[in-house]
Design a protein around this ligand. Sequence first.
Ligand code: DGJ
Length: 349
Amino acid sequence: MKKSFTFSIIALVLVLFSCGEKKTSSQASSTEPFIESGAIWLDTDGNQINAHGGGIMYHEGTYYWYGEYKGDSTYWNPKVPNWECYRTEAGGVSCYSSTDLTNWKFEGVVLKPDLENEDSELHPSNVLERPKVIYNDQTKKFVLWLHVDSHNYGKAAAGVAVCDTPNGNFEYLGSMRPNEAMSRDMTLFKDDDGKAYHVYSSEENRTLYISLLTDDYLKPTGTFTRNFVDKSREAPAVFKKDGKYYILSSGCTAWDPNQAEYAVADSMLGEWTVMGDPCSGKDAHITFYGQSTHVLPIAGKDGAYMAMFDKWNKTDLIDSRYIWLPIEFKADNKIDIAWQDKWQVSQVF
Ligand code: DGJ
């Protein structure tokens, strides 16, 4: 009697358990992976994706994600005692490719570090951050700009590299202080008319410069504007919708999160109108513990944009995670980036 009662209880538990399982699997009926905020993201080889401070370029049916390929040990730079200068070895620029934004194939390190020459800007002891790539329709070259710095961030320069293919070996052309001004956090923006702009934190990160590039995208033209003067904005990400330009940025608090802000303009060179914090939901006031790096227009989907953030782990930088969220457009050029634990591309775009 006791035995059969125990058996019935076990059978009931198993039935309930399997019902619960069924419900879960029918909710996630599709096999499409989720974009899960702050989770460990694996590439198609099963390795953790290492593409920080990056951006995505869409080219001929494929998304290419370029980012900082961080070394695996983090240290506090002993030569910089006065701020939290956590560092890893700079491992160059990585590239991953995808056709669906969720399955990412590692294409390799497309801008290689220079392991031999300690004087090289690409030596791992230096800083290589925030790489962005755009395609030049005239020269047929893929052009990469990135923040190039000395070990203590004193050099404050921008480096340029080119390649004939999106996933080949980029040739490093060297660095400069564009418009004779410091350049740290940066992004690139290619406009509909083919003109491209370099957007960078300058003047000790106090002022954001927007600089028109030459037609080959390799140099500044000398036409530039100083924006958000003395407002200390960094981590810029630029996009355009319905003729309006938007800049998303963070404040300056090293690797620690702070409040995001966005601004809108009728022209890339300004004037910019500050609109406030675009984030909403859990931990919105500190950008969900993230920092902006890029905004991606979704290919073939009018009005669909995805904001990309890094969730830095300052004491283990290689394990910094990613937060990607859709942008919702509202009246009067307002936008909303709402927190989501996880979402599926096909359900949103
Ligand atoms: C904040 C910047 O946005 C990052 O790219 C990096 O340079 C850190 N500062 C370094 O502290």
